[in-house]
Design a protein around this ligand. Sequence first.
Ligand code: UD1
Length: 420
Amino acid sequence: MEYITINGGRRLQGSVDISGAKNAAVAIVPAAIAAKGICTIENLPAIKDVRVLVGALKNLGIDCEFTDTHTLKIDSHNIKSCAITYDQVKDMRASYYLLGALLGRFKQAQVPLPGGCNFGLRPIDLHIKGFEALGAKINIEHGMVIAEAEKLTGANIYLDISSVGATINIMIAAVYAEGVTHIENAAKEPHVVDTANFLNKLGAKIKGAGTDIIRITGVESLHGGEYSIIPDQIEAGTYMIAAAATGGDVTVNHIIPKHMDSLSAKLTEMGCQVIEDGDSIRVIGTEHLQACNVKTMFYPGFPTDLHPQMSALLSVAHGTSLLTETVFEHRFQYVKELLRLGANMKVEGRVAIIEGKSSLSGTQVTASDLRAGAALIVAGLAADGTTAIGNVKYLDRGYERFEEKLTALGANINRIQVDD
Ligand code: UD1
């Protein structure tokens, strides 16, 4: 069993370079299947979810070659199959993008119903409705989504919920649909825009990504090209929150500060100094963190993927905070672990009521999902004594060199192996 141990109570100081965005990478790597030429994708984060996807592509016969740690060449000339097996992708949710990519270009796909972080039911009904609207026949048999189509035809698709996954998946498939597709009530998250920019670089005709309505005019062929992935909004936010939780002074580099506005506003409200400078943000913490209320929303609202980390921060602020989750009903699984670290909070429905304390005290805890794990890291950094976090496999899915980057900021953090 692997654990991450933290001897907490140290102020984080210095600067940290943010990696490419996980949620953009896991869309763009499958989307590259749509290209008939070679794609070179730069600024890929070195994380497990990317490695798993690359493994799945290779199993289809697609040539994937890392030319360095963060640069991947994808050439789908020699693809032999459009069927993904469960074992290849069982631990990740974003495998659903293989459906849109394979269906769009080859008019057939077999992809397992997704796994991944378990913080809600997370159905993919909206993805399926979208593919059906484009003319695909979808069957779910033995846990596999089987999609096929003679051809795809543009359609007007209204999403009941502004789902990130459904927006991106339908957009990827619609690139090869005849005529025009409109996705209404589309998600506006930065990785939706990044995936659209990538596809447009290959010759797609996508307009309106980042607004409520995305218009895709089908094309006959996409060529290859080079593309660099945007920085990770959630990784950047995690370090900003960790800086605040330790009363530190941290500059996060290589980011898009605009993506951080909802978090920057909350940290400022709590008494931190948040200073933007070009593609960096410096967070200077305070000894007198003030409570504040937070509600997760679709972009540009406060991201649900920063909810657990923010909760850890609010647990060491002065006063009572309300944190409302509107996206995923089971996001609160981390709460029982924060309680073990001495936090004072309770959950009523979709609201966490957090009574801030001056300090937490380290103990052994377990991550229940990726961002829950990140919250425990933040809490462990702020806590007195030693915190040992189990289930670190979740953190490896989404944070590149987490311990190394935190060590460079002055954290006392290690990964240890313990016999079961
Ligand atoms: C993506 C992100 C995830 C983030 C989430 C919300 C990736 C790989 N993952 O997940 O990190 O937490 O956006 O920003 O990018 N829903 C349905 N039916 C569907 C699809 C979604 O009911 O077909 C619901 C979900 O249960 C949820 C809401 O819509 O309540 C939003 O989910 P969605 O935006 O699709 O999240 P994911 O794409 O799963």
